[in-house]
Design a binder for this molecule. Structure first.
Ligand code: TYD
Ligand code: MG
Length: 461
């Protein structure tokens, strides 16, 4: 039995309440409750869908290593993030800021997937003419994909589902979940009620009909997907497309993946003809500039099983008046504040009356503590206006006492650094000797003060 009821759904966290209130009791956001008609106890929405053909209980010892079937997307970096390809019947949410390249990525993915069978590309964001323009730019017109990908400019979930059930594509792309509308529900497209119900219906299609569904979701300014609580637990995988829109590099990261590791990232570059793979992702975030620029230090971060070398850039300047600014781009602001404090107390680098800016080059965002040392040296380097010798890479976490702490995957980071031509690495003390890697001199340093001496020379002078 389907009963329709009025509920007040918080547009920030997705929780629903019987009465309107000014503040959401779940997430404390103000003025986010919107009246929404919801189907209560709807058999369709709450039907449990078995993740795979259920065979009843099986002893652990008898479980076979059944390979999950996968359809290659044809974009190596995307396949990597998905765990080897798209799993038939899976529901994948692809999130990212507007303009970051989600539609481009998914049209390219649709073309790649079409080698395995027909693809339905439903767009409520753009007209068919706009999709055709993009396809032309991507060089897809005239390719076999142009015949295998069907474009449907539609936002009604019912009509898209009906078309998908009739056409039986291998995969359905829905661009975007924020334009999807379920006729029976009140509330505008993009409201939490609509987004959640639409996603549930697409899940039924995915699980019930074995059609992989890729949903595009725009990220709001606060950085969360609309109806985040309700969508993220529902889908099999959440991919996020990140990067600096003014630059070309894009990272595709799995923040959830039932069919693979959540740690892998893919690196792509937006060019004139869409997204393409970069030849050597490990060096993609190193910028080309004159060596010996004060304030620039290379660090190595670990993203899943992949080490990426990245340039940390810092600038400090005396504060005119008022409170000094601390600006972190691609780095955690709290972490930056901590490093500024540690430098002041443990290394005599007082930045209390300086504005401090620090960022990762190439639009990379990382919260890897292994970048601490690179950030600290970059700050000291700009403060003393002394460059770090080219070919140096710094890898360590910094503790509150100014001590350097070991990081995960040190050897992998060092190997990548050596492969890319770095000749000297500053690393924290570990158990036993530091890894010996041909081509790179590994220097163990114990404190941030010691690291600054090695990297910049003795203080003063
Ligand atoms: P788009 O995929 O429309 O982003 P989203 O769907 O996430 O909003 O990408 C938009 C940007 O990408 C736009 O600024 C134009 C740029 N772009 C290129 O640089 N090269 C290309 O080949 C394409 C198709 C887009
Ligand atoms: Mg788009």
């Amino acid at each position: 039995m389907t009963r329709t009821q009025s509920r007040y759904v918080c547009q920030a966290c997705g929780d629903s309440f019987l009465r309107w209130e000014g503040q959401c009791r779940s997430c404390s956001a103000w003025n986010t409750l919107v009246e929404t008609l919801v189907r209560e106890a709807s058999p369709a929405a709450h039907r449990r869908v078995a993740p795979a053909a259920s065979t009843g209980p099986v002893p652990l010892a008898d479980l076979t290593e059944a390979d999950v079937e996968r359809i290659p997307v044809g974009i190596g970096e995307l396949d990597r993030v998905l765990g080897g390809g798209l799993v038939p019947g899976s529901l994948v949410l692809v999130g990212g800021e507007p303009g970051i390249g989600k539609s481009t990525l998914l049209l390219q993915a649709a073309a790649g997937l079409s080698a395995a069978g027909p693809i339905l590309y439903a767009t409520g964001e753009e007209s068919s003419a706009q999709v055709r323009l993009r396809a032309a730019r991507l060089g897809l017109l005239g390719s076999p994909a142009a015949a295998a990908v069907t474009v449907f400019a539609e936002s009604s979930v019912a009509r898209i589902l009906e078309t998908a059930r009739a056409a039986r594509p291998v995969a359905l792309v829905v661009d975007s979940i924020q334009t999807a509308t379920v006729d029976e529900l009140e509330g505008p497209a993009g409201s939490v009620g609509q987004v959640r119900e639409s996603a549930l219906r697409y899940m039924e299609l995915a699980k019930g009909d074995g059609i992989a569904v890729l949903l595009v979701g725009h990220v709001t300014k606060e950085g969360s997907l609309a109806g985040p609580k309700t969508l993220e637990h529902l889908v099999d995988a959440v991919l996020s497309v990140e990067g600096d829109r003014s630059g070309g590099l894009r990272l595709v990261r799995a923040t959830k993946n039932r069919f693979g590791s959540t740690e892998e990232v893919g690196v792509l570059e937006m060019g004139e003809a869409g997204l393409r793979e970069v030849p050597d992702p490990a060096r993609a975030f190193l910028v080309e500039h004159d060596a010996d620029a004060p304030g620039s230090v290379v660090g190595a971060t670990l993203e899943g099983s992949r080490a990426l070398l990245v340039e940390v850039q810092a600038l400090v300047a005396p504060t005119g008046y008022g409170t000094p600014r601390r600006t972190a781009i691609g780095l955690d602001p709290g972490r930056l504040a901590l490093l500024v404090a540690v430098l002041a107390r443990r290394a005599g680098i007082g930045l209390g009356s300086h504005d401090v800016y620090a960022n990762l080059a190439g639009g990379l965002a990382a919260d890897d503590p292994g970048l601490d040392l690179a950030v600290a040296i970059a700050l000291a380097s700009t403060f003393r206006d002394r460059p770090v010798a080219a070919g140096t890479v710094a890898i360590a976490e910094i503790g509150l006492l100014g001590e350097l702490r070991s990081v995960a995957g040190l050897e992998r980071r060092l190997r990548e650094a050596a492969r890319l031509g770095f000749t000297r690495a500053l690393v924290p003390p570990g158990r036993g000797d530091p890894p010996a890697i041909p081509g790179i001199a590994v220097v163990t340093v114990r404190t941030v003060r010691e690291a600054l001496e090695v990297a910049l020379g003795p203080a003063g002078g």
